[in-house]
Write a protein that binds this ligand. Structure first.
Ligand code: ADP
Ligand code: MG
Length: 233
């Protein structure tokens, strides 16, 4: 399994009413999974747990065969840098760095800068990003170009797992379709596992597996027993 969760529980120390409790989740290698859920339902929290940015209160998280609880914080950072590509809502490019520096930053954290420099021209061509953009500052690019740089950065280490957290929320319909097509082209080519989070249900049709936070999270903290436990759901 690319992702395997068992009896996962997490609660923010500062937050009284939000709790995540996932009985089980299995994602097969090479699958494209759409995770939907309302704002505040815990999508980003679940992704942060899967990336090892947050530690669960209890339960097991295995990503690409690695049980994350067996790793120190530092080892989790390294594991994430090497094996997981991330694309965020606002693309999170460093605005004052060049396009090239933004992309190679991810490779630097994974300790693979030399390899990345070899792959870069092909990756750029595939994403239809002209090499002339490389020395430009990231904040001088159009939104469409920035989204492609964000994919390039997420893909530069050839991660086995690509996680995207609401990457399309700032895009118009045309840019969104273009983004989705590029993402899936890369996913098919590399055989990557794709976990894509959005509240835009219309995007679900692109994916082979659709998960819903409402079904995934038992949220036992809210009003005691969840409807599913009573047989009334
Ligand atoms: P989503 O990504 O589905 O919008 P989140 O995972 O960001 O949802 O948030 C789930 C819940 O956890 C929300 O109620 C949110 O306010 C709360 N939350 C998110 N981050 C933190 C944090 N760092 N500390 C305390 N509560 C948080
Ligand atoms: Mg979120």
């Amino acid at each position: 399994m690319a992702i395997r969760l068992r009896d996962l529980r997490y609660r923010y120390r500062a937050s009284s009413d939000f709790a995540l409790h996932v009985d089980a989740l299995d994602v097969a290698p090479g699958s494209a999974v759409f995770l939907q859920g309302a704002s505040g339902s815990g999508k980003s929290t679940l992704l942060a747990l899967l990336c090892g940015l947050l530690k669960p209160d209890s339960g097991s998280i295995t990503v690409l065969g690695q049980e994350l609880s067996g790793l120190s914080g530092r080892e989790r950072d390294r594991f994430r840098a090497r094996h997981i590509g991330l694309v965020f809502q606002q693309f999170n490019l460093v605005p004052f760095l060049t396009v090239e520096a933004n992309i190679l930053l991810a490779a630097h954290f994974a300790g693979s800068t030399a390899g990345a420099q070899q792959i870069l021209p092909d990756l750029l061509a595939r994403l239809q990003l002209p090499a002339s953009l490389l020395p430009r500052r990231a904040d001088s690019l159009s939104v469409g170009q920035q989204q492609r740089v964000a994919i390039a950065r997420a893909a530069i280490n050839a991660p086995a797992l690509l996680i995207a957290d609401e990457p399309t929320s700032a895009l118009d319909a045309d840019a969104r379709d273009g983004f989705m097509e590029l993402l899936f082209e890369l996913q098919r080519e590399r055989g990557m596992t794709l976990l894509f989070v959005s509240h835009e249900r219309s995007l679900a049709s692109y994916f082979t597996q659709v998960l819903d936070m409402r079904e995934l999270n038992r949220r036992p903290s809210e009003g005691g027993v969840h409807a599913a436990d009573t047989g009334l759901a």
